[in-house]
Design a protein around this ligand. Structure first.
Ligand code: ZN
Length: 285
């Protein structure tokens, strides 16, 4: 599933290619994608609206409109936003298609929301009523790149928590945007065992975690995110990312650790999620 770096890559594409353009027509094919409200509300909310900005919080894409409403897109497991020339054949599972006015010097295009497994969502909401209309967005934790997350603030977030580190990093109400791939990579770079209890981290551990979190997420954004073997994640123009070539532990179970050369990458299930760590770099304290 797309995580912070992948969603940020899509956001940058939207900022470059979609912001400033007006929607002239909207087709909604699958009601499940717009289940939060209705096809009618999404069509009425988007038609003749202009995209003013492209923002992101955690894994949520937020596109303010000139009507005062905001469009929220969540890709969940298999969602994709794709830009294509007007008239191009829509791929299977295109659940929302918006026709956009031409970009300066360009031609008309369509913005597609494609989602085979239909866990993703497109919602038009009033940002003044976010707590009612999108309560989980209102309760989202700190975003390591969109917000300022300092070492003392991170220490404050972890203090007193009895949760283990892997599920804690996946908890979107604490830190927003990290999923299974980046949680494993960040804990490995910080040399913290995934089942370490958060409240037992030393100040040095927290500083290393802070550094690893920012470095890995920023490096992955620069690489356009991670596209795994299923080619499920692609950017707005349909291109994959390349950060999967920099994964040190994720998907490498049984192989020797690329960092220390001594440990072997183990795969365990932690809080129901497949988890990778190095037996040498991430020894239990
Ligand atoms: Zn290692």
């Amino acid at each position: 599933m797309p995580e912070l770096p992948e969603v940020e890559t899509v956001r940058r594409g939207l900022a470059e290619r979609v912001v400033g353009r007006r929607v002239t027509n909207v087709d909604v094919g699958r009601e499940r994608t717009v289940r939060r409200t209705s096809a009618r509300e999404v069509i009425d909310g988007l038609t003749d609206a202009t995209f003013l900005d492209a923002r992101r919080r955690g894994k949520y894409l937020l596109l303010p409109l000139d009507t005062g409403d905001t469009v929220m897109v969540h890709l969940r497991m298999t969602g994709q936003l794709l830009l294509a020339p007007l008239g191009a054949v829509r791929p299977p599972h295109t659940h929302v298609a918006m026709t956009l006015t031409e970009q300066t010097g360009g031609s008309q295009e369509e913005l597609w929301f494609v989602d085979p497994r239909t866990f993703g969502e497109v919602v038009v909401f009033d940002p003044d009523h976010v707590a009612v209309e999108l309560p989980e967005l209102a309760r989202l934790g700190v975003d390591p790149l969109a917000d300022v997350l300092t070492v003392p603030a991170l220490r404050g977030l972890l203090a007193g928590r009895r949760s283990r580190m892997k599920p804690l990093l996946l908890d979107q109400h604490v830190i927003a945007g990290i999923g299974n791939i980046y949680a494993d990579e960040i804990l490995h770079a910080a040399r913290i065992h995934p089942e370490r209890v958060a409240s037992t981290l030393s100040m040095l551990n927290v500083a290393r975690l802070h550094d690893a979190m920012h470095r890995i997420l920023e490096d992955s954004v620069r690489a356009g995110g991670s596209t795994l073997g299923d080619n499920q994640y692609v950017d707005l123009m349909g291109s994959g990312g390349s950060y999967q070539h920099d994964h040190r532990v994720y998907g490498r179970a049984g192989l020797r650790c690329l960092t220390c050369g001594r440990g072997v990458v183990h795969r365990i299930v932690s809080a129901g999620r497949s988890t990778h760590f190095c037996s040498w770099c991430q020894r239990r304290p």
